[in-house]
Ligand binder design. Structure first.
Ligand SMILES: Nc1nc2c(ncn2[C@@H]2O[C@H](COP(=O)(O)OP(=O)(O)OP(=O)(O)O)[C@@H](O)[C@H]2O)c(=O)[nH]1
Length: 210
């Protein structure tokens, strides 16, 4: 077993499965594309929307605090008809990026149900990042920032959202929340990875150090 940060040259020392979850059309695929394809178009167009059919999969290698990490990013379909299929990919994930659209109240209200699915399939120890997307459409915002913060804070006393609550409380101050609430996925993802690395139980961590 390799020691963290000492993987063989060119070979990632840590493999991590991260799953994108959330309602349809909140922007999961776009976030993954912006993160994994440096030349992806920055402009958004509703006419170019293509719903994910079933599941998509991307890989990205990053270096985090000197450790090479291979991120497996699973982009699930948010449409209801794919729900059973999408949630079947939740098993074995170390982390989730749970996305809602700040201009779509239903997508935010759906977060609780996604949390339930995540914990049912991936257990209670998994780390979850809540990401409010489409922040460029501030004038159309219907989900205030404080609602996202409140949801995270309430999670502290609720088993279902415990990890998210702890994560938000310990790692994010209000300015970081603003950052989180942005399109800068790479920063978010790095913070997420650091946290995940810190909070993994020994058994889980050992299973994924190669
Ligand atoms: N304005 C704006 N539009 C966005 C943003 N992210 C995504 N979109 C648009 O939102 C629509 C849906 O984006 P997708 O990334 O396909 O959404 P999804 O969550 O993967 O959808 P499903 O595959 O159905 O689950 C597309 O028209 C995107 O161009 C964003 O940050 N801002």
């Amino acid at each position: 077993m390799a020691v963290p940060g000492r993987g063989a040259e060119g070979r990632p020392a840590l493999l991590m499965k991260v799953v994108m979850a959330g309602e349809s059309c909140v922007g999961k695929t776009s976030i993954v594309r912006r993160y994994t394809e440096p030349n992806a178009a920055a402009a958004f167009s509703s006419s170019s929307y293509l719903a994910t059919i079933g599941i998509d999969f991307k890989v990205k290698c990053i270096t985090l605090n000197g450790t090479r990490v291979k991120l497996q990013i699973w982009d699930t379909a948010g449409q209801e008809r794919f729900h059973t299929l999408s949630t079947s990919y939740f098993r074995g994930a170390q982390g989730f990026v749970l996305v809602y659209d700040i201009t779509n109240l239903d997508s935010f209200q759906g977060v609780t149900s996604w949390m339930k699915d995540i914990h049912e399939k991936a257990g209670d120890e998994v780390d979850i990042v809540l990401l409010g997307n489409k922040c460029d459409k501030e004038s159309e915002r219907v989900v205030p920032k404080h609602k996202g913060e409140k949801m995270a804070a309430e999670g502290q006393s609720d088993r279902m959202t415990f990890n998210m609550g702890v994560f938000m409380k310990q790692r994010l101050n209000s300015s970081m929340w603003r950052k989180w609430h942005s399109l800068a996925f790479i920063d978010n993802c790095r913070m997420f990875m650091e946290t995940n690395g810190c909070e993994c139980s020994g058994a889980v961590r050992d299973a994924f150090w190669q």
